[in-house]
Design a protein around this ligand. Structure first.
Ligand code: LLP
Length: 472
């Protein structure tokens, strides 16, 4: 991380403190297309529009904080992933990133499948008409009720995560007179984060069944994953269709997937040798990264698709296996860049020699990622343009906690004042879905915008909603 002063001399330039920032951008009014929804632009009068609508009008009509979701951007990303992977693969959108009925309808129309990991997500998917055969159920601790709900609905895939779950799903399917298609989630000894991945012998975490035997190396095989395959194949009510691996999140290159695919194909080879069976599916999970700031440079869907197809084909050819049908599960990379969060500026407090704290009317209740993961975001003044000099700022929320930070380090115009609207881009994934009621905050609405029309797809929470839950 570098530190430098703006040529025009930002406020506090002589005393820039430690932080995750580089030079102020040349133009504070510019909207970097890598981080903003693709229909976002600045009008001639200086304010920002998304989906053809001025954020000032959206804030006026729907209040702040407000998540603005660009439907055209979301649909375009769905199509980009779908087209990139082509007819020999399935793209499962990971609903944990953000799920609502409108989103499920868009996914259904754009030809994506859906990964859910709870009864709640499954209920939304079914309520919005996603065909059950296009739904996969995940989770390391699915309840019997969730399994029953999924089997009864006829979901296309349950991803098994433990020995106990094999028995539980088999019993429920048997009682319901179904043969349930399942995959087994394996841990391949790869942990990926952004630019790096670490290939380890085995992993100490709650998901999946290890390829590696206790104390051994994943490529030796013979771990719990192979035993899970044996157990599943003995049960008539389960149909084993494939092996699933998910290696991490916010990943920027495919080298971690390469190791994962190599190890998963190794298991497919062992299964063929032991059981005389070639499984028809392989799922490499999600985790593909997006740009949160201008410094991030993720790959395009087509680059990732070409690379993953090629890796799987090469590994299968080397193993003498027919190439299985590939699936992937991007969540963040579909919805993340499609939304921004609009806040109203409140208190602006200058700390001489340090930075300016800009308080907004939301915070860790609508975006917990900065507090939780030290995530980086960018922020812009969106209700007007400004020629003022850049001011090193920290955008903070209104919660009773000093870690309640939305954007740790950002340059905002020095004439920023209470009432100005700010927007944080790339908040489509894991913001509304991880929103909470800390300090009895009311979770903001999600408004979708498209061609000059706005629609509330998730309404704002009200004090009545909070009091309705409080039955004491
Ligand atoms: N598939 C599986 C099995 C997963 O566990 C996940 C994410 C995904 C797909 C989608 O990953 P994505 O493409 O969205 O990165 N709350 C964290 C992210 C947790 C992700 C958990 N699993 C965050 O805000 O960064």
């Amino acid at each position: 991380m570098s530190r430098s002063a703006h040529p025009a001399g930002p406020r506090h330039a002589d005393v820039l403190p430690e932080g995750h920032y580089s030079a102020p951008p040349a133009d504070l009014n510019a909207l970097d297309p890598r981080v903003w929804p693709r229909t976002a632009s600045r009008t001639t009068d200086g304010s920002v529009t998304v989906g053809g609508l001025d954020v000032k009008d959206l804030a006026e009509e729907f209040g702040t904080p407000l998540y603005v979701l660009d439907e055209a951007d979301f649909r375009a990303r769905c199509r980009a992933w779908r087209d990139a992977f082509g007819p020999d693969a399935d793209v499962f959108y990971a609903g944990k990133a953000f799920l609502s009925r409108a989103v499920v309808r868009w996914l259904t129309e754009e030809g994506l499948n859906l990964d859910v990991c709870s009864g709640g997500e499954l209920a939304v998917a079914l309520a919005a008409g996603m065909p059950p055969e296009r739904i996969a159920l995940h989770g390391n601790n699915k309840s019997s009720a969730e399994i029953r709900q999924a089997v009864e609905a006829g979901v296309g895939r349950i991803v098994l995560d433990s020995f106990q779950e094999i028995v539980r799903v088999a019993h429920i399917a048997e009682r319901l007179g179904r043969r349930q298609p399942v995959q087994i989630r394996v841990t391949v000894g790869v942990e990926a984060h952004t630019h790096e991945f670490i290939a380890t012998a085995h992993e100490d975490q709650k998901f999946g069944l290890a390829l590696a035997p206790g104390g051994g190396h994943p490529e030796a095989g013979g771990g719990q994953a192979a035993e899970a395959v044996r157990r599943v194949l003995k049960l008539d009510s389960l149909e084993l269709t494939g092996i699933h691996s998910h290696i991490g999140s916010q990943i920027f290159d495919t080298s971690g997937f390469e190791v994962a695919a190599h190890r998963v194909v190794g298991l497919l080879e062992d299964i063929r040798d032991e059981h005389g069976l070639e499984l028809p599916e392989i799922d490499l999970g999600g985790g593909l990264g997006i740009a949160y700031t201008s410094e991030d440079d993720p790959s395009e869907p087509h680059e990732i698709a070409v690379s993953l197809h090629e890796i799987v084909r090469r590994e299968c050819r080397a193993a003498g296996l027919a190439v299985p049908r590939l699936s992937v599960e991007p969540g963040r990379a579909v919805v993340g860049p499609s939304a921004c969060t609009v806040y109203e500026t409140g208190t602006v407090k200058e700390l001489p020699g340090l930075r300016t704290y800009v308080s907004v009317d939301g915070g860790m209740s609508d975006n917990v990622r900065t507090a939780l993961y030290d995530a980086e975001y960018s922020v812009s003044l969106v209700s007007r343009a400004s020629d003022a000099e850049p001011m090193l700022s920290r955008v903070v929320g209104k919660h009773c906690e000093s870690g309640d930070i939305v954007v740790r380090d950002a340059f905002l115009p020095a004439d920023l004042a209470p009432g100005d609207l700010l927007a944080v881009p790339a908040t489509g994934a894991y913001c509304r879905s991880m929103a909470n009621n800390y300090n009895h905050a009311l979770r903001p609405p999600v408004v979708s915008v498209r061609d000059g029309e706005a629609r509330v797809i998730v309404r704002r929470e009200t004090e009545e909603d909070l009091l309705r839950l409080d039955v004491g």
